[in-house]
Design a protein around this ligand. Structure first.
Ligand SMILES: *Cc1c(COP(=O)(O)O)cnc(C)c1O
Length: 587
């Protein structure tokens, strides 16, 4: 095995402390922070949290994504919950450093020039992780090509395939141009970046005719690739008609893809492309791994359960408490287990402070003053049908009754619907309608423009984190993990990560059973019964018992559902295994 340096080779592009890069992490969206709005939801936030944990662990990894000058979008809601969108204003220069290297790729027979911007994530021990944001907004490109990196999940299928070609093909080219290639491991975070396999195959086979590509060539590429699937339902997988593939990628590449077995039902299915070219494949929670293995029986699908970045998602009051009582928690999140020894009064006062910070933020944004003592539930995530934001409102009269008998209840919502997701937009309107019906009984506030900043207020400041997805759609979910770091228990349908994180009455409460599919009627009944007879009585009658539950959330779930643990698992079972078993060079 030869050693190849993985450094950013050009000295002008190097930051002090730059070091070897051995893993290239490709993701259609990466959420670094709210001020860099290049993410839409859980997938992008997971990518950012992954790279942050890797920086903390000193892992050699580089992130690759697209720039998105319009961000995802800024959400506006009128009095009835009708959503409209506008581009998010942000200035890349304020956050990112432009690199001078250019690469070009062919799209529809045109040469498209691509540059990259760099963000440097600094880890706690001085480790650095570079994130590259690819950008086509260059004067050499046509107006249409210049707009290719404007919108995340915007445009039509044609626009999307062009973007995925950029991410995969220009991403591989850019790493090569920067001297960061050789024995790299390429990690595809969801199928959007699967065309990177085509880029690697082309580099490997050079000018040879497509029909000379052999199984050995495929194996050579496969030995470098890792794929994480996030989509538990067949309809969710990214597909493109073959005519579009031929038009965008050109006949030669289309032919190559066909010759290596990547045409299915007249389409290019990005998941199958990624599966075919990956040495290691995993789902994002144990149940999701099983579901994916059933969906793709020809492939060995493993599971690595997601996490979230503890330092990123722990509120100030709890971070201070942990710094004081568990000083090593930042270096190694496993020590959050020792939260079991933190006095309950300290847990209570940290939460009280986080809750007040949230309520102040709600007042600042909406003018509404909510009660610091009322049981406050939070529900925030992408607004889309399967997340069922309306499930809690199945019986408005019973909610009113519960608030009257058991104690006051108030509920905070947030979440953007994709501009073309009519079902998601309808969900938001239904929450607004329920809020109207509950007026004077149960305050319901829908906060506009959900992003990472608002998410941090919500996951740390509410008393109970509610999650009611339709099973088995929630591959993992991560917001409940962020809540756990802050001592906020979940009341959730048993899907995704909650099947692993749930201990009844200890880390929160289950809605429904462990079956793979939902029974909405049973789930609604269970949700109301748990709230009425378990959660509200503990909250109002046994505050120390509630504080003990908070403490268990931190100790049991904070110590495990973090990206430090997750990244170590990737290192050991996905990246390291690939390195050990694949001496072949790609180029
Ligand atoms: C964590 C996070 C998500 C993911 O939430 P889920 O509960 O996993 O759906 C989505 N959006 C933002 C802004 C987040 O911070």
């Amino acid at each position: 095995m030869s050693t190849v340096p993985f450094v950013l080779s050009s000295s002008e592009n190097r930051a002090p402390g730059d070091r070897e890069e051995a893993i290239a992490y490709f993701s259609m969206e990466i959420g670094i922070k709210a001020a860099i709005p290049t993410y839409s939801g859980g997938l992008g936030v997971l990518a950012g949290d992954t790279l942050r944990a890797a920086a903390d662990l000193g892992m050699p990894i580089i992130g690759v994504t697209l720039l998105y000058r319009n961000g995802y979008f800024t959400q506006h809601l009128d009095a009835h919950g009708n959503q409209t969108e506008s581009p998010t204003q942000w200035v890349p220069e304020d956050h990112l450093q432009p690199l001078t290297r250019r690469v070009s790729i062919e799209i529809e027979g045109r040469t498209v020039q691509v540059r990259a911007w760099r963000y440097l994530i600094e880890g706690i021990f001085g480790g650095h992780v570079n994130v590259l944001f690819l950008d086509t907004d260059l004067p050499e490109n046509s107006d249409w090509d210049r707009a290719l990196t404007n919108d995340l999940y915007g445009g039509d299928r044609h626009y999307r395939l062009c973007q995925e070609a950029l991410l995969g093909l220009a991403g591989v080219e850019m790493l090569h141009a920067l001297g960061i290639d050789g024995r790299l491991i390429y990690h595809m975070n969801e199928g959007h970046s699967a065309l990177l396999a085509l880029g690697l195959l082309e580099r490997h086979t050079g000018a040879r005719a497509p029909d000379t590509v052999s199984d050995d060539d495929i194996r050579a590429v496969r030995s470098h690739c890792v794929f994480t699937t996030h989509t538990p339902v067949p309809a969710g997988h990214d597909k493109f008609d073959w005519s579009l593939v031929t038009r965008v990628l050109g006949p030669r590449r289309a032919r190559l893809l066909e010759d290596v077995g990547c045409r299915h039902d007249g389409q290019l299915n990005m998941t199958y492309l990624a599966l075919r070219f990956s040495r290691h494949i995993n789902g994002v929670a144990l149940r999701h791994g099983e579901i994916s293995a059933d969906m793709f029986p020809d492939y060995p699908v493993h599971s690595i359960t997601n996490g979230a970045d503890t330092a990123m998602w722990t509120s100030q009051p709890f971070a201070r408490l942990f710094d004081d009582q568990i000083p090593v928690w930042r270096q190694d999140n496993q020590y959050l287990r020792y939260a079991l020894g933190i006095p309950l009064e300290d847990i209570q006062s940290a939460h009280r402070e986080a809750k007040q910070d949230l309520l102040n933020e709600v007042a600042r944004r909406t003018g509404q003053r909510l009660s610091p003592t009322a049981l406050t539930m939070g529900f925030a995530r992408r607004a889309t049908e399967y997340k069922r934001a309306d499930l809690l409102f199945a019986d408005i009269e019973r909610l009113k009754r519960m608030a009257r008998r058991m104690g006051p209840l108030q509920i905070l919502f947030a979440g953007k619907a994709h501009p073309r997701d009519e079902g998601g937009k309808q969900m938001i309107r239904e929450v607004f309608e329920a809020a109207e019906e509950l007026r004077g009984h149960v305050p319901v506030v829908y906060l506009e423009d959900y992003d990472m900043e608002l998410a941090k207020f919500l996951v740390s400041g509410v008393d109970v984190w509610l999650n009611t997805p339709l099973k088995p759609h929630e591959a993992s979910g991560t917001s409940g993990m962020k809540a756990a770091f802050n001592g906020v228990p979940s009341l959730s349908v048993l899907d995704g990560w909650w099947l692993e994180g749930h201990i009844e009455g200890i880390t929160g409460w289950a809605i429904g059973d462990r079956d793979a599919t939902s029974e909405p009627g049973q789930e609604i009944a269970d949700l109301y019964d748990k709230l009425h007879h378990t959660v509200m009585p503990i909250y109002y009658d046994s505050p120390l018992e509630f504080a003990r539950i908070r403490r268990y959330c931190i100790a049991y779930n904070g110590s495990f559902f973090n990206t430090q643990r997750m990244v170590r698992q990737y290192w050991k079972s996905a990246y390291h295994r690939v390195i050990a078993e694949s001496p072949a060079e790609v180029d």
